[in-house]
Design a protein around this ligand. Structure first.
Ligand SMILES: C[S@@+](CC[C@H](N)C(=O)[O-])C[C@H]1O[C@@H](n2cnc3c(N)ncnc32)[C@H](O)[C@@H]1O
Length: 201
């Protein structure tokens, strides 16, 4: 089973597995958003974050390699009465557009190191000058906790990885530490994360 097939099976078995409400760290950035901004919700799963961005008046592309997730995202957008462009694609092989987005939301997308580096290169290419990256991912201290995240240690994020992948970006926020998650059945309780808001040069 490919990993996209595994995610299809997960979303098919447990719709709303990360909840339908948006990620709290993303919503805390509402003051940085303006209607009409072009946004990419990367690895958007079932669309909770892309749809929230669309509700703020942004023009949103949601990308995920799970066709089931993107189908749920399209249904959520229809229920909420907002436009959402869904793309079923592997982020490591996508033909990333150049200087196309004012915002990339990278929420709990954990990739093997080589794939992560490819996707980060895509983000650097796709952000307009001055565009924002908002990222939340689990950190190594999450290992052994039951509040979510991948089993493979290599997929976890650190502040140092953020700094290494986006060296020319201005750091508006960059934290590694404990937060309490309340996001559907799979993200519940105390969790160890990296949170970043970066501005492209
Ligand atoms: C933990 S889920 C988070 C989903 C969503 N961002 C959220 O917060 O609700 C990780 C998502 O990343 C997607 N994903 C993982 N690797 C990917 C890849 N190489 N290309 C596209 N999507 C990928 C999965 O299909 C899954 O939907």
């Amino acid at each position: 089973m490919s990993d996209s097939a595994a995610w299809n099976a997960r979303y098919g078995a447990t719709p709303g597995m990360f909840g339908w409400a948006p990620n709290e760290f993303l919503t805390a950035q509402a003051h940085r958003l303006r209607p009409g901004m072009q946004a990419l919700a990367l690895g958007d799963g079932e669309g909770r974050n892309g749809v929230w961005l669309a509700r703020q008046g942004l023009e949103v592309t949601a990308l995920d390699w799970s066709a089931t997730g993107m189908a749920h995202a399209a249904e959520l957008a229809a229920r909420e009465g907002v436009a959402l462009t869904t793309v079923v694609a592997d982020a490591t092989a996508w033909d990333w557009p150049e200087a196309a987005f004012d915002l990339v939301a990278w929420i709990f997308v954990h990739l093997p190191p080589e794939d992560r580096t490819k996707a980060c290169a895509g983000v650097r290419r796709a952000l307009k000058p001055g565009g924002l990256l908002v990222l939340e991912c689990f950190s190594p201290a999450q290992e052994g906790r039951r509040s979510g995240g991948p089993r493979e240690a290599a997929l976890l994020w650190t502040r140092a990885i953020v700094e290494a992948e986006f060296p020319a970006f201005a750091v508006l926020a960059l934290l590694e530490g404990a937060v309490r998650l309340d996001e559907g059945p799979k993200h519940q309780g105390l969790a160890e994360v990296v949170r970043a808001v970066l501005r492209a040069p």
